[in-house]
Ligand binder design. Structure first.
Ligand code: ADP
Ligand code: C5P
Ligand code: MG
Length: 211
C-alpha cells in the first residue's frame, strides 16, 4: 500500500558504521520541540529530524503519491500511517551519514510505536525521550502566534483543537509507555527559551540515560 517511498529496512546498518543513537523529542504542539532541537544541533552536533517537517516536505514534492493524504491528515491533526513516516525517517538517517539523531514529533501514537519497534528499534540505540511539558493553553497561544508567519495549514484554532485532542488521546499513552521504561526526561517548557535550554543542556552534558 505504501510502496512509493522505498523502505530502507536493511540499509541503515549497512550505511552507518556504528549503531546510531536516537533521542525522541515529544511534547504538545508548540511546546518548543523544534526550537530546542536547533540548539541541541548547534551545541551537540545531533542531526535534527522532525517527522512533521519530513511529512510537509514529502507533501510538497511534485507528484508525491502521498501528498494529498498527508495534507488531509495534517489539517485534521491526525497521525499519518507509520509506513510513510518511518520510511521518511530512515531515509533521512541513511542520507545524513551521521550517527546521532534527534527524532522530533515521533512516535506520536501506537501505530507509530509499533511500526518503529518492528522496523527500526533493533537497529538503533534509543538514549532517552525528552518530553517538553507545557500547558496546552500556552501551546495553543504559541502556535497561533507562529501561524501569523509559518504558512502552516494547521496553526489555526480549528486544527489546533484536533491536534490537542490527538496529543491527549494518542501521544500521552506513548509518553506513559516510555516513562515505564524509565526513558522519559521531562522538561518544563513554559519558561523562556534560554532557560528551557539550560535544562536541556544539562541532560546532554550528563549523557542522561545513555543506554
Ligand atoms: P514545536 O516544534 O513543539 O511545535 P516550536 O519550536 O516550533 O514548537 O515553537 C512554537 C512557537 O513557539 C514558535 O513560534 C517558537 O518561536 C515559540 N517558542 C518556542 N519556545 C518558546 C518559549 N520557551 N517561550 C516562548 N515561545 C517559544
Ligand atoms: O510535529 P509537527 O507539529 O510538525 O506535526 C505536524 C503534523 O504532522 C501533526 O499534527 C500530524 O498531522 C503530522 N505528523 C504525523 N506523524 C508524526 C508527526 C507529525 O502524522 N509522527
Ligand atoms: Mg515542530
Amino acid at each position: 500500500m505504501f510502496a512509493g517511498i522505498s523502505l530502507f529496512s536493511t540499509a541503515l546498518k549497512h550505511v552507518l558504521k556504528m549503531t546510531p543513537n536516537v533521542v525522541f523529542v515529544l511534547g504538545g504542539p508548540g511546546a518548543g520541540k523544534g526550537t530546542q532541537c536547533q540548539k541541541i544541533v548547534e551545541h551537540f552536533g545531533y542531526v535534527h529530524l522532525s517527522a512533521g517537517d519530513l511529512l510537509r516536505e514529502e507533501r510538497s514534492k511534485p507528484g508525491s503519491k502521498y501528498g494529498e493524504l498527508i495534507e488531509t491528515y495534517i489539517k485534521e491533526g491526525k497521525i499519518v500511517p507509520v509506513e510513510i513516516t518511518c520510511s521518511l525517517l530512515e531515509r533521512a538517517m541513511v542520507q545524513s551519514g551521521k550517527q546521532n539523531f534527534l527524532i522530533d514529533g515521533f512516535p506520536r501514537n501506537q501505530d507509530n510505536l509499533d511500526g518503529w519497534n518492528k522496523v527500526m528499534a533493533n537497529k538503533v540505540n534509543l538514549q532517552f525521550v525528552i518530553v517538553f511539558d507545557c500547558p496546552l493553553e500556552v501551546c495553543t497561544e504559541r502556535c497561533l502566534k507562529r501561524g501569523t508567519s509559518s504558512g502552516r495549514v494547521d496553526d489555526n484554532v480549528d486544527s489546533l483543537r484536533k491536534r490537542i485532542n490527538t496529543f491527549l488521546s494518542e501521544t500521552r499513552p506513548i509518553i506513559d509507555y516510555y516513562a515505564k521504561l524509565n526513558l522519559v526526561r521531562q522538561i518544563d517548557a513554559t519558561r523562556p527559551e534560554e532557560e528551557v535550554y539550560k535544562d536541556v543542556e544539562h541532560l546532554f552534558q550528563a549523557g542522561a540515560g545513555d543506554n
